[in-house]
Write a protein of this length. Structure first.
Length: 186
């Protein structure tokens, strides 16, 4: 049951043997993950040679890591951009910078949230959160359309996707603050 060592240059899509795309059939993705998990499960290699046991463990880890990223739409989107050389998580990157207007908008939202939290104004916090959720839903609609174009070979949408995913990250952080406030308030 020995196989060639997995290459570190393989993508998560390669590991799972699926097409490189944002739009995935989630049930098919899970089925593929389960199939490979069974194939490489270390228990199946318990009596194998040490090299084969290590290979199975390595493959299992690789499959688990790939599935963990690809099953989550945000992680999958960011991963696709990273494959294309655009790492939005790298805040020191010269290739991917948040738009200045976006940063001002987020800063103003955060100030409004801080003021509402200080006043313990639950209604204002809820209104701000609803606005951000609505804006984030629109970000994902635009991103899904842009990913459709990307999947057809249009790499010109990558910069737009990077900005959308940066905005999504800021929205997520904002909503985490709202969640923390709501937990504090009980």
């Amino acid at each position: 049951m020995a196989a060639a060592n997995p290459s570190s240059s393989r993508t998560h899509f390669d590991v799972l043997g699926i097409a490189r795309a944002f739009h995935l059939d989630e049930k098919a993705l899970e089925a593929r993950y389960l199939e490979l998990s069974r194939k490489w499960h270390p228990d199946r290699f318990a009596k194998a040679q040490p090299r084969e046991r290590m290979e199975a463990l390595s493959r299992t880890t690789e499959v688990n890591d790939a599935y963990k990223v690809l099953k989550d739409k945000r992680k999958r989107a960011e991963y696709l951009l990273r494959i294309e050389g655009l790492d939005i998580a790298d805040e020191k990157s010269s290739q991917v910078k948040a738009d200045a207007a976006l940063l001002m908008e987020i800063m103003e939202l955060n100030e409004q949230l801080a003021e509402a939290r200080a006043r313990k104004d639950d209604a204002s916090v809820a209104r701000l959160a609803a606005g951000v959720r609505e804006a984030n839903a629109e970000v994902w609609r635009r991103a899904k359309d842009a990913f459709s174009a990307y999947e057809k070979g249009d790499r010109a949408v990558l910069a737009e996707l990077a900005q959308a995913l940066i905005l999504n990250r800021y929205h997520a952080r904002f909503l985490e603050q709202v969640e923390a406030y709501e937990e504090e308030r009980g």
